[in-house]
Every structure is written in structure tokens, then in C-alpha cells.
Design a protein around this ligand. Structure first.
Ligand code: ADP
Length: 513
């Protein structure tokens, strides 16, 4: 298949990333197989246009990558209807048949990993190495749920009555609306859709407006894998159309389930929409992860964990550490080594440039937020030890702040950017009080070599996921999800598929001895 560049001509990509060293500047072109470059919606197994289109931009250069069909409420409704119709045949497939098709989809994702990773890098800004990592992670959910599809066991429960048998049967809930963010344009879809399809549900996906291309490439590969029309639908739309499309997806009577990953504020809107028709919901919402380094920690391990947990995707993940708490006895050593690691390891640039570790933030609003947190912290007495400045476009210098206190914006709200604010503390109780003083609780991390402290702190942290001497914890085998206002439900693991299943109780009565 011929390699192509997205829409327009290649010269559009002869752009520099302003503010970066000259040696890193060159032209950036996206060459991928044309079959994976889809710009229409995907409904009932067909590529569909809409009345208008919206642009998808490369966040590193600001250049237009493609113009994508701007689906509205009408297309969303068509997709829901198609998914509803397909549900009645898809749920009749045996678990083994669904498993087989998911496995074929997984194989195709793996086969096309380079191209799929390029799409992520160009529409989301992530360095290629991370994009390849995302595709492996994304595909792992399809593989995992292909396996889980065959294990949706029910129960036969000992009955209290001699003439009765009690059976509990797992059944798919129906049509699931899937609304996903831009920071993992592929994996946030497969983590939900893998589970949904394995369970026997059909889906309508509304990808984030910044990153619809990865979702559409997934649709192309689903079609090649033989997943039947109507089972997997994608309705891309612009920021302007999003509220109307979201409303259809969360209120239509034919939709049984809403699964969302994104901000807590948007999650609350969708929960309200879904309440009227009492839909089943899964919500993966914002985090505000604490990263605690106790005096007993191995400082090198803690520095490596901090680097991985903070600067992955330029700090744009909901499990990125947001508040660093470092005990007095280890504080100065940690800061010195961390500063040196930042100097040595972090390199800004276009994500397709070999050696880049830090791409741009997704858009200028994201960079504005980091800048406002830095200025607020500085005005309240924090010291900038590294970075601190916004470069051109949405590039932001990786920033290290010392002397941070709990009244600063950066310790009160999620940053979603490469800002590492450090609070110094004295006692374990003090660290836990600060860490738990949040209305959200997604991930938390801490470093300690004291086994008693490890148990105490792991149990006391009010979060859904804990990294103990580990800064990266996402994997398909484990349950992903939060407590408090970080959401409802779990994804991945053996629990992920349950979000798409109902338990039906069958009472067999009148049985003769
Ligand atoms: P962010 O601020 O990081 O973009 P959001 O929670 O706004 O996070 O976005 C996550 C997903 O939710 C995206 O697909 C976005 O288009 C979608 N979204 C935002 N607002 C709404 C809404 N009112 N209804 C439905 N989806 C929405």
C-alpha cells in the first residue's frame, strides 16, 4: 500500500518548532499506509460523511493534519441505532467466536504498530517511543479481553429450597457509549471496547476532538478483522458539536451503558445525562496523585520513579504524579539528583524526532494552565530550580519547583503538564494528611524501604491504585480506577468485563426429587 502524507501537501509540514534548538528543527511529515488514514465517521460498517468537517492539528507545529467528518446528533443517533440492531446478533455469537475476532483485531494492531504509533505522535504530540508503547498497551487490552471473553462464568448457588435451583447468569448489558480523551488516543478506546465486545455488547465511540484519527484507524482494523457492521461505530466530532453528540450518547433510550474517561467536570455532566434513563456508568476521571519519598527510600530508585511518573506524555496522564512530598532527611539529596536527571534525560522536540522525550502539550490552553500554576507558586514563595518557561506554541519547559506549600494552585488542582512541585515534610502522619486532603483519589506512589511503613502507607492512601517503589503501574492485568471523585468502576483485569455484564438470576422451581 502506498505511503501517503495527510491531506494537503508535504510542504505544510516544512515547519519548525519555534523556540527549540536549531539542531532539532527539520520538516515533519506523516507517512503512513493510506488505509489507516480515515477521515469519515464509521457507522454500521460504512464510512460516512457529515455536513461539515473539522481540522485535526499537529500540536507540535500547529499544522493541519486532516479534516475529519464533524458528526452531529443525527449521525450519533444513526450509530446508536446501528449498534442496537447489531447487538441482537453479536450477543448470539459464542464467546469463542467473539474471542477469535478480537484476537484477529489484536494481530492487526500489532502488525500495523509503527503506523498507528505515528498517528498518535502526530495528533497528540507524544514521542514515538511512547506512542509505540501506547500501541502495545492498547493492543494488550484487546488480547486480554479476547481471553476473558471465554470466562464470563456465572454461578449455580446452593438453594434453600429442595425443589429449586438458583442460577446466576452473566449477560451483556447492550449498547455502550464510549467517550474518550486525547492523551491516550488508542488505549483509552481499547481498554473499554475490548471489554465491551468481549462481553457481547456493541459500542459507539466518540473520540476526543483533538485525536480522532487513531480511533478511525482502529475502526479500519476492526473491519479488516471481520468484526461485523454495527458492532464498533465511531462518530468523531468537533468541540462545538461535542455537547449535542454527548447528549445523544448519554440519554438515548437504546443506550444501556456509558463509559467515559476524562475530566471530573465533564464526568459529572455525563452522569447527570445518564441519570434520567438510569444507565450503567463507568467513569475514569481526574487524579491528583501524591508521590511521597520517605527518609528510608532508595534515593536513586525514587528519582527514576519520579522521572517516569511525572514526565511521561509531558505530564499529561491522569495517573501522573502531581504533588511530590519529600521527607526532610532525604530532601536535599533527592532534589539534587532529580535536577541532574532532568538535565540529562529530558529533551524537547517533535515527537517523531529520535531522542525526543518531551513533546508539546496538547494545545495552548494546556500550556496556559501550567504557566498559571508556576506563576502562582512563585508569587507565594516557591523557587524555580529548573525550567519554568513556556516556549513557543504549546511547548513547556520541564519545571522543578522547591519550597512548595499546600496553599499553592499546583498542589490543589491537577496540572496535566511537566511541572514537578516539591513539598518538604517531617512526619509520616503529616505526609498522609497532605496526600489524602483531596476530593479525588486515582493513583498514589511512595518510596520506602521500611516494610511496616510500606503496609501502613499503602493501606492509608485514599486512592484506587498504589505504586510502592514504582512510578509506572498501568497494565492490562490489573484493575485501573479511582476512589472519591476520581470515578466509578474498574477497567482492565478480570473486573473490567463485569462493567459490561448484568447478572440475571434464574430460579428453577417445582423440581421433583
Ligand atoms: P479535557 O479537558 O482533557 O479535554 P474532557 O473531559 O473535556 O477533558 O474531554 C474528554 C472527552 O470528553 C473528550 O472526548 C471530549 O470531547 C468529551 N466531552 C467534553 N465535554 C463533553 C460533553 N459535554 N458531552 C460529551 N462529551 C464531552
Amino acid at each position: 500500500m502506498a505511503a501517503v502524507c495527510l491531506l494537503r501537501t508535504r510542504s505544510l509540514f516544512r515547519q519548525f518548532v519555534p523556540g527549540l534548538p536549531a539542531a532539532m528543527q527539520r520538516q515533519y511529515s506523516l507517512d503512513i499506509s493510506s488505509q489507516l488514514l480515515r477521515t469519515q465517521g464509521y457507522v454500521d460498517g460504512r464510512w460516512v460523511s457529515a455536513a461539515s468537517v473539522f481540522p485535526v492539528l499537529d500540536p507540535a507545529t500547529g499544522q493541519e493534519l486532516a479534516r475529519v467528518a464533524d458528526c452531529g446528533p443525527a449521525e450519533a443517533k444513526q450509530a446508536v441505532d446501528a449498534a442496537y440492531k447489531a447487538f441482537y446478533s453479536w450477543k448470539q455469537f459464542t464467546a469463542k467466536e467473539r474471542s477469535y475476532l478480537l484476537r484477529k483485531w489484536f494481530d492487526l494492531l500489532t502488525l500495523h504498530k509503527e503506523d498507528l504509533a505515528k498517528l498518535i505522535t502526530f495528533e497528540c504530540g507524544k514521542p514515538m517511543k511512547e506512542s509505540l508503547g501506547e500501541i502495545a498497551y492498547s493492543a494488550s487490552f484487546i488480547e486480554w479481553f479476547a481471553e476473558e471473553a471465554r470466562r464470563t462464568y456465572g454461578d449455580i448457588v446452593p438453594s434453600a429450597a429442595k425443589d429449586r435451583k438458583v442460577l446466576l447468569l452473566k449477560q451483556p448489558v447492550g449498547v455502550a457509549s464510549i467517550i474518550t480523551p486525547w492523551n491516550f488516543p488508542s488505549a483509552m478506546i481499547t481498554r473499554k471496547v475490548g471489554a465491551a465486545l468481549a462481553a457481547g455488547c456493541t459500542v459507539v465511540v466518540k473520540p476526543a476532538e483533538d485525536t480522532p484519527l487513531s480511533a478511525l484507524a482502529l475502526a479500519e482494523l476492526a473491519s479488516q478483522a471481520g468484526i461485523p457492521p454495527g458492532v464498533f461505530n465511531v462518530v468523531p466530532c468537533s468541540r462545538e458539536k461535542t455537547p449535542e453528540v454527548g447528549k445523544v450518547l448519554c440519554t438515548d433510550d437504546l443506550v444501556a451503558k456509558v463509559s467515559f474517561t476524562g475530566s471530573t467536570a465533564t464526568g459529572k455532566i455525563l452522569l447527570k445525562h445518564a441519570a434520567d434513563t438510569v444507565k450503567k456508568v463507568s467513569m475514569e476521571l481526574g487524579g491528583h496523585a501524591p508521590f511521597i519519598v520517605f527518609d528510608s527510600a532508595d534515593v536513586d530508585m525514587a528519582v527514576a520513579g519520579a522521572m517516569a511518573s511525572k514526565f511521561r506524555n509531558s505530564g499529561q496522564t491522569c495517573v501522573c504524579s502531581n504533588r511530590f512530598l519529600v521527607q526532610s532527611g532525604i530532601h536535599d539529596r533527592f532534589m539534587e539528583k532529580l535536577g541532574r536527571a532532568m538535565d540529562a534525560e529530558l529533551r524537547l522536540g517533535h515527537g517523531s524526532e529520535p531522542g525526543t522525550t518531551q513533546g508539546p502539550l496538547i494545545n495552548s490552553r494546556a500550556a496556559d494552565k501550567v504557566v498559571s500554576q508556576v506563576s502562582d507558586a512563585v508569587s507565594r514563595g516557591a523557587k524555580v530550580l529548573r525550567g519554568g518557561k513556556r516556549l513557543h506554541g504549546s511547548f513547556m519547559e520541564p519545571t522543578l519547583l522547591a519550597g512548595v506549600t499546600t496553599d499553592m494552585l499546583c498542589t490543589r488542582e491537577e496540572t496535566f503538564g511537566p511541572l514537578l512541585p516539591v513539598i518538604r515534610f517531617d512526619s509520616e502522619a503529616e505526609a498522609l494528611a497532605i496526600a489524602n486532603a483531596s476530593h479525588v483519589g486515582l493513583a498514589g506512589y511512595f518510596y520506602s524501604q521500611d516494610i511496616s511503613q510500606i503496609w501502613r502507607v499503602a493501606e492509608a492512601l485514599e486512592v484506587g491504585m498504589v505504586g510502592v517503589n514504582e512510578g509506572l503501574l498501568s497494565t492490562c492485568e490489573a484493575s485501573f480506577g479511582g476512589v472519591k471523585q476520581s470515578g466509578l468502576g474498574r477497567e482492565g483485569s478480570k473486573y473490567g468485563i463485569e462493567e459490561y455484564l448484568d447478572v440475571k438470576y434464574m430460579c428453577f422451581g417445582g423440581l421433583k426429587p
